[in-house]
Ligand binder design. Structure first.
Ligand SMILES: NC(=O)c1ccc[n+]([C@@H]2O[C@H](COP(=O)([O-])OP(=O)(O)OC[C@H]3O[C@@H](n4cnc5c(N)ncnc54)[C@H](O)[C@@H]3O)[C@@H](O)[C@H]2O)c1
Length: 370
């Protein structure tokens, strides 16, 4: 009989639902080392928590995340609440000896993220940060092709994560605009930075340019709030392997809904990817015959692990929630000691450090070492 892992989920919004999808699908698609019990869900009000309990299939609901975190009948705390709450929730969970799964960005400040990573390591609990785009089998393929030398020496990288959910000035001020750690570079640029390092390796120097495009927004209570955080965050990058590059986080990119894209250029070939068609990777090889050269489209299929877990047929495509299921499966294997943590709090701290270094560089107008 498999060990049972009792889950306590905090937050039932966009990501709360995605995490429930992830746990539900992972259990059916992978050979997990444990059974996951959807034990308790917490939200701000009991009505919200109760509605989510009924919809998602949890046993209990609460409006008090502190009691959830202290509950001895919970093994894993999963945090999908707003960024500013991550630190307090995670530290309380770690102090209670729980494993902690936390959405990105790990914390509003790198100093907070460091405290969280240190506490988790000291307590010996397993952690995971939600950088689900890295779980796409096509990103795994891209990384394998780069590491295996199929592109030759990497010269250039371009990455971006652009959406348009803040393009309308009438879109209200949210936790994403919080002066303490909000802004697009932390929200979306963090994904672009995680992908850049996943593919090309460590970034050593950055030159940032972060701008606020919409200076004030409705506060949702009839008033207006000044926005201090960035709407567009860009950086030039230098990588340890000598490559140069850039990333952009942008939530005012009119018309874009999910443009988590990258291009990698090497001496022997290039790769191009768009999250808008994320079951495809485009590969250009300089080794192809003259007159036959061009980007070829590689479609995701069972050869790209773990696609075959979801579907035996190539080209039938995975979806956004499937990436969460892959992330969940990797994390549960790590909790069972079968593999290292795929993207733990220390890795989350690294991304937060990059974000802050870029923000400081933008304020100072200078290149900075990371
Ligand atoms: N990995 C990804 O692809 C991805 C995508 C979107 C959001 N996120 C991250 O997920 C987190 C949540 O974002 P979201 O879009 O789901 O937001 P959301 O507003 O849709 O959901 C947040 C939930 O937390 C609840 N909450 C707020 N305060 C709480 C408290 N004190 N106690 C309990 N619950 C509380 C809210 O009521 C809501 O249900 C953020 O950190 C965000 O950066 C990650």
């Amino acid at each position: 009989m498999k060990k049972k892992l009792r889950l306590g989920l905090i937050g039932s919004g966009f990501m709360g639902k995605t995490h429930v999808f992830g746990f539900a699908a992972a259990e059916r698609v992978f050979d997990l080392p444990c059974d996951v019990e959807l034990a308790t869900i917490a939200d701000v009000t009991l009505a919200q928590a109760e509605a989510a309990r009924a919809a998602f299939g949890f046993a209990r609901a609460t409006d008090d995340w502190r009691s959830l975190v202290a509950d001895p009948d919970i093994d894993v705390i999963d945090i999908t609440a707003p960024n500013a709450l991550h630190k307090e929730m995670a530290l309380a969970a770690i102090a209670a000896g729980k494993h902690v799964y936390c959405e990105k960005p790990l914390a509003p400040l790198a100093s907070d993220a460091r405290e969280m990573a240190d506490a988790a390591e000291k307590a010996g609990v397993r952690t995971q940060v939600g950088f689900n785009y890295l779980c796409n089998p096509m990103l795994g393929l891209a990384r394998e092709m780069i590491a295996g030398g199929e592109l030759g020496d990497i010269r250039g990288y371009r990455g971006l994560h652009a959406e348009d959910y803040m393009a309308d000035p009438a879109a209200p001020f949210t936790f994403r605009h919080d002066p303490a750690g909000g802004g697009v570079l932390a929200d979306l640029g963090s994904h672009a930075l995680a992908t850049a390092e996943f593919l090309v390796g460590p970034i050593t120097r950055v030159m940032g340019d972060c701008v606020t495009v919409i200076a004030s927004r409705p506060d949702g209570k009839g008033g207006v709030r000044t926005v201090e955080t960035d709407d567009i965050g860009r950086a030039f990058l230098r990588f340890e392997n000598g490559a140069t590059g850039s990333i952009e986080g942008n939530w005012v990119a009119t018309g874009r809904k999910m443009q988590h894209d990258f291009e990698v250029y090497g001496t022997k070939g290039a790769l191009a990817f768009s999250q808008e068609r994320f079951n495809e990777l485009h590969f250009y090889s300089t080794g192809d015959a003259k007159g036959r050269q061009g980007f070829r489209r590689i479609e995701a299929g069972p050869d790209h692990v773990p696609y075959g877990r979801f579907c035996v047929a190539p080209g039938h495509q995975l979806g956004f929630n499937d990436l969460k299921a892959i992330e969940v499966a990797g994390y549960l294997d790590a909790i069972a000691g079968l593999r290292p943590e795929p993207f733990n709090f220390r890795a989350g701290l690294r991304i937060q450090t990059l974000v802050e270094t870029i923000q400081t560089s933008s304020r100072n107008g200078a290149w900075l070492a990371v």
